[in-house]
Ligand binder design. Structure first.
Ligand SMILES: Nc1nc2c(ncn2[C@@H]2O[C@H](COP(=O)(O)OP(=O)(O)OP(=O)(O)O)[C@@H](O)[C@H]2O)c(=O)[nH]1
Ligand SMILES: [Mg+2]
Ligand SMILES: [Zn+2]
Length: 302
């Protein structure tokens, strides 16, 4: 890796090996995943020759909040040219996450839970362009892993357990923080406390001067809003009423934040397993609401 004009350029060649794009660790030739953080080294290879430094957007949230589902649909909407966007995956493995989510939903199943091991996470790298009539084209190189909620919880509880999360945060241009609106509306304090811990972690990692707010745009996405449709009318009001601790820390520490409501299902059924009585939600049909808006807002702020 070398730096010129304030910009970091990453190297990779047969003799000297590859520098990890996420944690800057140097890896020997033949390595596929970074020995330090398990990010795919193909990310570095994909940036070679790029005109812009890549921008990372990280999706955070508790386990079961809907990160995998949200990210899969977001990437799919981008590649389907929703609202003036165009997206080109860099490297075939980037397509895996989108494919897993879409193919499961086509079979009326939610995708499986993301494994805790970082070498099992799907990473997506897309070159995204927004072309809107009367406006200049805007290019963003979106790099994001599908993190496991349990790994995020472990890192927040004890920083450096999953060092890759800390590195990602440092390098991210924007954050998407997902919060389960259905749980919050049911009176559970878990989503509020988890998001409060996450925000406190983000704040401590930002190492801002005391009293200065964090500039990084943070979109707070209220997921599963199909269960709480009033959330769509006014996500800010919903957060103030049901996620008050989160609302307060956002107001105190973030210069750029916005709440959004999102849902990916139009109707949902329930299947009961006869042998063990386990109830599984069945997405009867897909209907996307508020998936693109948070990302569009972040791109607008970059
Ligand atoms: N009703 C409804 N349920 C949803 C929606 N999105 C996700 N879910 C439910 O939430 C569950 C978890 O979604 P995932 O995307 O796997 O959650 P995750 O945040 O990736 O969880 P981890 O991989 O454990 O970190 C799904 O299996 C669905 O049951 C939604 O828009 N509406
Ligand atoms: Mg997941
Ligand atoms: Zn690394």
């Amino acid at each position: 890796m070398w730096r010129s004009g304030g910009q970091t350029t990453y190297e990779s060649d047969a003799e000297s090996g590859t520098t990890c794009l996420i944690c800057d660790t140097h890896n020997g030739t033949g390595a596929v995943l970074c020995s330090q953080c398990a990010a795919p080294l193909s990310l570095t290879l994909s940036t070679i020759g790029a005109e812009r430094p890549p921008r990372l957007v990280t999706v955070l949230g508790d386990s079961n909040v809907g990160k995998t589902v949200y990210l899969g649909f977001l990437l799919d909407m981008l590649t389907q040219r929703a609202r003036g966007f165009e997206a080109i995956p860099k490297g075939t493995s980037s397509v895996n996450l989108q494919q897993i989510v879409i193919s499961h939903m086509a079979w009326r199943m939610f995708p499986p839970k993301t494994p805790m091991e970082s070498d099992q996470w799907n990473w997506a790298y897309y070159e995204v362009c927004q072309k809107l009539a009367g406006r200049k084209e805007k290019w963003v190189d979106l790099i994001t892993p599908d993190l496991a909620g349990e790994a995020i919880a472990a890192e927040v509880a004890s920083p450096s357990t999953f060092g890759v999360i800390q590195k990602l945060l440092n390098k991210s241009a924007g954050l998407l923080l997902l919060v389960d609106a259905a749980l919050a509306a049911n009176g559970s304090s878990q989503p509020d406390f988890f998001a409060l811990k996450l925000m406190s972690y983000v704040d401590s990692m930002a190492s801002q001067k005391r009293g200065k707010k964090i500039d990084k745009p943070v979109a707070l996405v209220l997921t599963k809003a199909d269960y709480v449709p009033e959330c769509f009318d006014n996500p800010r009001r919903f957060a103030q009423a049901n996620l008050n601790r989160l609302w307060n820390i956002c107001e105190s520490r973030l210069a750029n934040f916005e709440f959004f409501a999102s849902s990916v299902v139009g109707s949902i059924g329930y299947a009961v397993n006869e042998s063990d009585g386990m109830v599984t939600p069945v997405p009867l049909h897909t209907a996307l609401h508020g998936v693109l808006e948070p990302f569009e807002w972040i791109v607008d702020k970059l």
